[in-house]
Ligand binder design. Structure first.
Ligand code: ADP
Length: 279
């Protein structure tokens, strides 16, 4: 039983592109519907929830007729602009069917570097949460191209989610992925890889074994999730990585069940996260 997780009140939940985009390249409505049902249950239980979503570029590219994700930044930015509308309109509709209103917050990195802007964003979160409106967050890809060009640190939604967790002083960050959690080796390359249930310290070895490339639609891979774990746990926030193919897993995590990998808050950070990831 993971008591600390079961007690979490302020929760940031992030989904990767691979959960919400189906094999056809279009939105996976079954998964999004289930997310809406699940998050609305949490809000009804009195939890404060912020949702961070990837997927805008992928769905935008599909809508604009690209067969593969385009390579040029300006094309990807255009995809983000088109895809963000598609994403939000589906989220708004499906969440409202579950009784939840949503608000969109598009963040750029400079928000954090400017005290006034940072305060403005925090105020927006506080007001939305106070009114039981679900903030849906993404990086403003049409303005900032860090995520698009795969530059590590804040340039991906794993790190963005950990920053949002610190902005709202969350107790728990859940990163849903296409994989069951953190393995001691990349399980796509090594059959004998073992899932780690609990990580108290982010050691150089943990970082090293997170370097394998991510999935075709995902951007971050495991490396950025470890960066996010470091930031979140250092800020006193618990973090869990779990498989998001069935979003109801969130309810099980919040029941304190041993699902995915739990990064225990307060874990001391031991190594330099300097190396550029290759995910
Ligand atoms: P998402 O879009 O769901 O965030 P990503 O593709 O970005 O997913 O990241 C998850 C992927 O990271 C896994 O599918 C796996 O291929 C890769 N990976 C690399 N190293 C590891 C590891 N040590 N444990 C688990 N997954 C790893």
């Amino acid at each position: 039983m993971r008591k600390k997780i079961a007690q979490a009140q302020k929760i940031v939940i992030k989904v990767g592109s691979s959960q919400i985009i189906s094999e056809t390249g279009f939105l996976n409505l079954a998964v999004i519907g289930s997310l809406a049902e699940t998050l609305s249950k949490l809000i009804a239980l009195g939890k404060q929830v912020v949702f961070v979503t990837s997927g805008a570029v992928a769905i935008g590219a599909r809508k604009m007729g690209y067969i593969k994700k385009p390579q040029e930044s300006r094309q990807k930015q255009a995809c983000a602009a088109v895809g963000q509308v598609a994403l939000m309109s589906v989220y708004a509709e499906l969440f409202s069917l579950c009784g939840i209103q949503v608000g969109q917050i598009l963040l750029t990195k400079d928000v954090l570097e400017n005290t006034k802007r940072k305060q403005n964003v925090m105020n927006t979160f506080i007001e939305l949460l106070g009114q039981k409106i679900l903030p849906i967050v993404n990086e403003n890809d049409s303005v900032s191209i860090e995520e698009i060009e795969n530059i590590p640190r804040f340039g991906d939604n794993d790190n963005l989610a950990s920053v949002v967790a610190s902005l709202i002083d969350a107790d728990l960050l859940i990163l849903l992925s296409d994989i069951d959690g953190y393995y001691d080796k990349n399980p796509r390359e090594f059959k004998e890889a073992r899932l780690l249930k609990e990580i108290k310290q982010i050691t150089p070895e943990i970082i090293k074994n997170a370097q394998g490339a991510g999935s075709a639609v995902g951007t971050g891979g495991m490396y950025t999730k470890i960066e996010a774990a470091r930031f979140a746990t250092e800020n006193g926030c618990e973090m869990v990585i779990a498989n998001g193919k069935d979003p109801r897993v969130i309810l099980e995590i919040l029941d304190g069940k041993e699902i995915g990998t739990w990064f225990v808050a307060g874990a001391k950070y031991k190594a330099e996260l300097g190396a550029k990831h290759n995910g």
